[in-house]
Design a protein around this ligand. Structure first.
Ligand SMILES: [Mg+2]
Length: 452
C-alpha cells in the first residue's frame, strides 16, 4: 500500500519523528509547520491522509480540520488528529470538526501504522467510487447514492456490562447485535449481513484470535472488517491479530469517541466496497441492456444468438426467431411527441416480456424493432406465440403519458426457423426480416413465417 501523507506539526522534532516512521514503511511524506501551510499544500497537491497536530500557532488543528472538511476539494481527505494524552475533550472537539480518527502523543508505532493503513484503505475505495460516479454522470447513467453512514455491527463480548456500554456508544452510528458466545457469534456472522464485527478480548477461557481467524477463513465472512478490543499492554496479541487479518484495534479502557470513529471508518469502507461491487455488476448489465425498455440490447443478441444456434445445431434441436416491428411508429412520435413514443416502446416491451416463455430471449433490436429468440421451438409453435403477441398488442390500446388518451397500436411480425443443415445468425435474421417485410407489404398487423 502506498499513499501520500501530510504531517502537520509546529515542533520540527515531532514532524521528523513521524516522517521517519512513515518513510520507513514506504509512504510518501509531505510536511507542514503550521495550518496555513497545510491548507496550501492540500489545495495544490493530492494528499491521501493528514496527521494533524492540534496546538499550533496561527490557526489550530481544529480550525484546519474544519476548513478542510468544508472545502469540497479537500473534504474527502481523512484527517487523524494527534492529541495529547488524557484529553478526551480534544477528541470530542476533533470529531465535531470532522476528524476521522485520533492518535495520542507520544505516538506508538503500532497505532500509527494501523490507523494510517485503515484510513488509506478507506480512501482508496471511496476515491474509486467517486471516480465511477463521475464517469456514470458523464455518460448520463444513474449515479449511485452516497454510501449509508449507518451500519450493522456484531459485538462479541464476554461481559454484559461492556456489551451495554459499547452498544450505547455506537447507537448513533450502528444497530448492534451483542453476543457473548463466540461460536454462536460465528454462525450469526455467517448467516446475516454485518458491516463490522467487534471482538472484545475479555473472555475467561477463550482465545479471541480463534474467532478472528475463523471469520477470516469462512467464505461468507471473509470480507467483514474486524475491530479487536485489547487489554492495555497486550501489544503482542494485537500484532498477531493484525497478521491474521484483523482490520483495526482499540485499547481498553474504551473511549466511546474512539470506538465510534474507528467503527465508522470500517462501516464506511464496507459500504464503499459493497457499492463498488454493485457498480461493476451494474456496468456489466448496462452494457447488455437497453436502457429504455430493460430488455437485452442488440450487442447482447449478436453475441448470444450465435451460441444458441451452434448449441441447437450440435444437439440436433430446432430454434425459431421472431422479428416484430411496431406499425406506423413514426406517426406516434410525430403526432404525440417523443415522450409518448418512448412510453409506447416501454409498454410494447412489457407486453413482449409478458408473452414470451422463460427460456425465450427478448431483445430490443433497435428503434421500434424487437427480436425474440425461441430455443427448442418449431415453426408452428413460434407462429402461435407470435400470433399471441400480435393479439395482445392489438387487443388493448396503449396509454399515453400525462394524458387520458389511449392509442391503438398494431405490430407486424416475421418468423424464421433454424435450417438443420446449418445456419448463421445473419442468415436466420435475414430470413425473419424478409418475412417481416412481407407482413408489412400484406397490410401490416399480421404474422408471416419465412418459407422453410
Ligand atoms: Mg503543537
Amino acid at each position: 500500500m502506498t499513499a501520500r501523507i501530510l504531517v502537520v506539526d509546529d515542533i520540527p522534532a515531532n514532524v521528523k519523528l513521524l516522517e521517519a516512521r512513515l518513510v520507513a514503511e514506504y509512504f510518501d511524506v509531505l510536511t507542514a509547520a503550521d495550518g496555513y501551510e497545510a491548507l496550501a499544500i492540500c489545495e495544490k497537491q493530492s494528499v491521501d491522509l493528514i496527521l494533524l497536530d492540534i496546538m499550533m500557532p496561527g490557526i489550530d488543528g481544529f480550525e484546519v480540520c474544519e476548513r478542510l472538511k468544508s472545502n469540497p476539494r479537500t473534504a474527502h481527505i481523512p484527517v487523524v488528529m494527534v492529541t495529547a494524552l488524557d484529553q478526551p475533550s480534544d477528541r470530542v472537539r476533533g470529531l465535531k470538526a470532522g476528524a476521522d480518527d485520533f492518535l495520542t502523543k507520544p505516538v506508538n508505532d503500532l497505532q500509527l501504522m494501523s490507523r494510517v493503513k485503515s484510513l488509506v484503505r478507506l480512501k482508496n475505495v471511496s476515491d474509486e467510487l467517486r471516480l465511477r460516479a463521475e464517469t456514470a454522470h458523464s455518460f448520463g447513467l444513474p449515479v449511485t447514492d452516497r454510501p449509508d453512514e449507518f451500519g450493522n455491527v456484531l459485538l462479541v463480548d464476554g461481559r454484559g456490562s461492556s456489551q451495554e456500554r459499547m452498544t450505547r456508544a455506537l447507537k448513533p452510528v450502528a444497530e448492534v447485535t451483542a453476543m457473548s458466545d463466540p461460536q454462536a457469534a460465528l454462525f450469526e456472522a455467517a448467516e446475516n449481513s454485518f458491516d463490522l464485527v467487534i471482538v472484545n478480548s475479555n473472555f475467561d477461557d477463550y482465545d479471541p484470535l480463534r474467532l478472528c481467524s475463523q471469520l477470516r477463513s469462512l467464505e461468507r465472512t471473509r470480507y467483514i472488517p474486524i475491530l479487536l478490543v485489547a487489554e492495555q499492554g497486550h501489544e503482542e496479541l494485537v500484532v498477531r491479530a493484525l497478521d491474521l487479518g484483523v482490520t483495526d484495534y482499540l485499547m481498553r479502557p474504551v473511549d466511546p469517541n474512539e470506538l465510534v470513529a474507528r467503527s465508522l471508518t470500517q462501516i464506511r469502507r464496507k459500504h464503499c466496497n459493497d457499492q463498488l461491487r454493485a457498480s461493476v455488476k451494474q456496468t456489466i448489465e448496462l452494457a447488455v441492456t437497453d436502457g429504455l425498455t430493460g430488455l437485452h440490447n442488440r450487442r447482447y443478441l449478436d453475441n448470444h444468438l450465435k451460441l444458441l444456434i451452434d448449441r441447437a445445431l450440435a444437439r440436433g434441436r430446432t430454434l425459431s426467431i421472431c422479428i416484430t416491428d411496431i406499425d406506423r411508429f413514426k406517426t406516434v412520435n410525430d403526432t404525440h411527441g417523443h415522450d409518448a413514443g418512448d412510453e409506447v416502446l416501454r409498454e410494447f416491451a412489457h407486453r413482449v416480456r409478458a408473452t414470451v416463455r422463460g427460456a425465450d430471449l427478448a431483445c430490443r433490436f433497435g428503434g421500434e424493432e424487437f427480436v425474440v429468440v425461441m430455443p427448442d421451438t418449431p415453426a408452428d409453435a413460434a407462429a402461435a406465440i407470435a400470433e399471441r403477441l400480435r393479439t395482445i398488442v392489438e387487443g388493448r390500446p396503449f396509454p399515453l403519458p400525462n394524458s387520458d388518451m389511449l392509442l391503438s397500436i398494431t405490430a407486424s411480425l416475421g418468423i424464421a426457423t433454424l435450417n438443420p443443415a446449418g445456419d448463421t445468425p445473419e442468415a436466420l435474421l435475414k430470413r425473419a426480416d424478409m418475412a417481416l417485410y412481407q407482413a408489412k407489404n400484406n397490410g401490416r398487423n399480421q404474422v408471416v413465417a419465412a418459407a422453410a
